[in-house]
Every structure is written in C-alpha cells, then in structure tokens.
Write a protein that binds this ligand. Sequence first.
Ligand code: 2PG
Ligand code: MG
Length: 433
Amino acid sequence: MLTAPGQTDTRIAQLRARRVWDSRGRPTLEAEVTLADGSTGRAMAPAGASRGSREALELRDGGTRLGGLDVTLAVAGVNGEIAALLRGMDAADQAGIDAAMIARDGTPAKARLGGNAIVATSLAVLQAAAAARGLPLWQHLAAGDPVSLPLPEIQIFGGGAHAGRRVDIQDFMVMPLGAASFAQALEMTAEVYGAAGALMQAAGKRQGVADEGGYWPVFAANDEALGMLVRAIEHAGLHPGRDMAISLDIAASEFGEGGRYRLGLETRELDTAQLIDLLGGWLDAYPIVSIEDPLAEDDEAGMVEFTRRFGHRVQIIGDDYLVTAAARIDHAAALPACNCALIKPNQAGTVSETRAALAAARRAGWATVISARSGETEDVAIAHLAVGWNAGQLKVGSFARSERMAKWNECLRIEEALGARARFAGRAALAID
Ligand code: 2PG
Ligand code: MG
C-alpha cells in the first residue's frame, strides 16, 4: 500500500508490551502500537476481583512469585506471537485485527494468549487509529453519530470482594439524576462523598477506603449502609431519589451458588425467592433506581423472576451473568432477564466484541453502562468509549483514588471540548422512565 504525501499510513509497524502495575499494586500489561506514519497508541489491561466464570481469561504466570500474578508470559506473547501476527496489518481495520487475534489464540476464553494481552493490544490499536486521524478517541469512535456525556454511577461504600467481605453487597453507589451536565453531576457527587465521610467519621466508622475508593463498610447490616447513603444525600442538601438516587451492585455470584445464598451479615442462608424478597424490600424502602447482578450468574430462573417482578421500576444490570458477550445478551433478552448490560472491554477481550455486546443490548432496547474493573490503571479509554459509543452510563468506582478520578476528569475534558454541543445523558439513560 502506497501512501500519498500528507496521508496517513495506518499499517502496524511495531507492537510491544511492558509490565506495569495496577491500582492494587499487582502486575498488569501495557501494549504500545506504532504505525507506519509514526502514530502511536497505548493501553493497559485492568483486572477484576469478582469475575464472571465466562469472562475472557487472564494469562498469569502462576507459581509463588508476586502471588502467581506476574504477566511475563502475556508480555512475551504480545512481543512475539501477536506482534508477528499484526505487523503490516491496517490499524484502521479493528474488526480484522481482533478477528486475527481471536483466531490465533484459538481457545473459547482467550486462555492461550490471555484476555489481558489481547484486550491491551486491541485497545492500543484503537488508540493508534484515532491518533492517525488526529482525533480524540471519543470522536474517532462516534464517526459522526450523536454522542453524550454519560450518567455516572459512583460508589460511596465498597464491600464484597473489594473490602474483605466486610459486608455482603459489593457496591453501594449513587447516580446524580438531577444534574444538568456532567460537571454538575460530579459536583453533586463530591458533596455526597464528603457528607458520607463526615457521617462515617461522626459515627466512629471512618476507617479508610476499599479497592475502588468507596469508604470501608463498617456496618452491622447491609441495609445500614443504605440508610447511611440516604442520610449522606440529605446532608449534601439533595433530595434522595429525585436529585441523587441509589444504585447497587449485589454481585450475588460472590455469595451464592445453586440457588443458595449465604449472606454473612444476615442471620440465615437464603434461597432464591428469599433473596428476591429481601432485595424487593430494599427497593420499597430506599430510592434505588438500579441493581446489578441481584442473583448469581448460575441462577437464570432467579434473574428471570427478578426481572418479571421489578423490571418495570428498576434498572436491572447483568454483569457476571452476561460477561459483555453479545450471544449471552441476545439469550437473556429473549427470556427476558435484565434490562441493561454492563459493558467491560476486558470481559469480552477485544474492542470489536465489546462493541458487539453494546449493539446486542441496544437491539434488545436495553440501556448500557460502560464499566471499569476493581483493579484499574491511569488508562482513561473507557471514558471515551462511554461518550463515543453514546453508551449513556459510566461506572468507574468511587470519588477518590486517581485511577478512578482520571476517568471522571477525562469526561470533564470531553464535555468542555464539546462546548455548546455537549449533551448530558442524565436520567433518560436509565432503563426505566
Ligand atoms: C463489578 C466490578 C466493578 P470487579 O463487579 O462490577 O465494581 O468489580 O472488577 O472486581 O469485577
Ligand atoms: Mg458487577
């Protein structure tokens, strides 16, 4: 392929990976792509703690060093096999590049080359293609279609697998429904996060933060956290439900299997119907607008029943249950189970599969939430995916720790760049009216 002067040459000239460190101080990898015209793109792989069993698998070294978590094999795979495969391919052909990596890996869950190696490479290629066009990533992705700043879902208390299972429920979050802009949404969030910290302090319960920056959950019962959340919203001078609503990630696969749920903070083991009733009681008592993974990933009948009972009044997000897989979303939509999909690029393993999952959710008439992982980095690509794909909602953890704030702050930059054209997705982005 010859390029005329002034044109870009988006063939991949070089791909390399290096080991870097994530927000939990664990090894992860960064991929860096250089194109023939000199454009570059870089991306880091995040890592989950509460993972769905059908997610793309991370390739970790195993053994005893660094807890078995090192990524030298994954880095070597990028520098060797994947680099040889992609050299000379066109970075503008994301689908072709992702398909080539999937085929070369040859396993259903990307176990051989590693979902971590593949997703970092896929995102780095995407970044390089945007750079070659001289466009910010969100604009490259939008391809002229309408975009919006996402309604954020922000953690205030972190629990479950992110806080030593101090409480059962994983994410106690807020959503600033009354905001008119992304900038205002963050300002309202800052007031609530500050108020929650002050209330925890006054109650003698302020003991630092969990993995995603939410306060460490020193509560005797799961619903004590919900009460505290409502008080924090009120102390911030906001109206619970109208200005600032509650969103939960139950992450039920972490404490449930085979239709039995063992909640450490409740007095008994619950079956599916009892857990649904418990959560239904919370929906009645608190201004909750969104709930993620209310049942375990293996409890499909429970998901269907929960959706039948509450799908008309609350957003029901599938995370571990759907694992950012278009086929699983199609399947769930037909049941129906859920009305919203969590979209995590590293669950799918490539940009193309992530985009396909988003498209499947859209076809089903569902809402979508682009999401970070509990192990994150300073990479802000997901902020651009949320805007450029017009996903409507974004979940990146709490309102502390810079691997979280970097993403929120990137959205502020994009909102500013859009100027008068900026549109905030707001309340309308939810799966419910
Ligand atoms: C989730 C995520 C983010 P993890 O369950 O939605 O909170 O957690 O990355 O540990 O899977
Ligand atoms: Mg989740």
